[in-house]
Design a protein around this ligand. Structure first.
Ligand code: UDP
Length: 267
């Protein structure tokens, strides 16, 4: 078997050439980094869990009409995705003051925001991902005005959906980061959601206890990061209580069961 070609190795993922043109394989590593890779470590099993959580979230987002790069999960650590031209922005959506926002505006973490905030950061390790304004994005042509309108609209819809999804399992969605990419169809391009959505790039707090269930446990040397990631997967129904992989909430399987069920609900 020929060795597949590695396209890129990032902090938490490796990208390989996919089986067909226009596809890519995302391999999820256990490596964890923080503070622009100044802090490095591993979270055992993180790659497996993030692959499942991201599959789950992207699949559910596509059911509400958000276009995403996700095609299908291939195995425990890999998923097949559409190749995109990454827009060099990190789109951060915030519902509650935390992290860099708490530092920038001098407010305590945990203060709910009166309305959802969207912030943009330039993806640049050399520059330490500086925050940028929409004027900079237009001025330096990182994305067009129309693309920014699509990105902001999608970010708000993703936030609304994920707030509901997480609050149903007693988790407060504090903030998260999204990345978008372009796909081309002849002369036209459109923007779709790319990268991953997992506890690596969301702040998730238990609603009742306030316990952190995300990468802040690693960033802040709190310990218990493996258990926290597992807890999110378990509450989403992706792991059994014993930690073994559970049935993914596969709606097509669910529909087949309903169709074949003798007690099929009448329309
Ligand atoms: N985030 C991310 N990658 C980054 C920076 C931030 O995934 O390079 C996520 C982070 O997990 C959090 C949100 O974006 O959910 C907001 O992060 P913040 O700006 O507060 O930065 P941090 O405190 O993580 O440095």
């Amino acid at each position: 078997m020929s060795r597949r070609r590695q396209i890129y190795e990032g902090k938490a993922k490796i990208l390989y050439e996919g089986p067909e043109p226009g596809t890519i394989i995302q391999y999820f590593k256990d490596d964890a980094t923080a503070f622009n890779a100044q802090k490095k470590g591993t979270i055992n099993g993180k790659g497996v869990i993030n692959n499942r959580i991201s599959e789950h979230v992207f699949t559910r987002l596509s059911t509400i009409g958000i276009p995403t790069h996700f095609i299908r999960r291939l195995n425990m650590r890999e998923q097949l995705v559409r190749q995109v031209e990454i827009i060099p922005l990190e789109v951060v959506v915030r519902n509650v003051v935390a992290g860099s926002l708490a530092k920038r505006v001098g407010l305590p973490e945990g203060e709910p925001l009166p309305h959802t905030l969207i912030e943009y950061y330039l993806k640049s390790d050399e520059l330490n991902d500086p925050m940028v304004a929409e004027e900079h994005i237009a001025c330096f042509n990182w994305a067009t005005h129309e693309e920014m309108q699509d990105i902001a609209a999608m970010a708000i819809r993703v936030n609304d959906f994920m707030c509901g999804m997480f609050s149903a399992i007693d988790i407060r969605l504090v903030d998260f980061k999204l990345e978008f990419g372009r796909i081309y169809d002849g002369d036209y391009s459109r923007v779709i959601l790319a990268d991953e959505i997992s506890p690596d790039n969301c702040r998730l707090w238990d609603f009742t206890t306030g316990e952190k269930l995300d990468k802040d446990r690693f960033r802040r040397d709190m310990g218990g990061e493996e258990e926290a990631y597992q807890e999110v997967a378990r509450r989403l129904g992706l792991l059994q209580d014993d930690g073994s992989p559970g049935e993914v909430l596969d709606m097509s399987a669910h529909r087949t069961r309903l169709r074949n069920s003798p007690t099929k609900p009448k329309k």
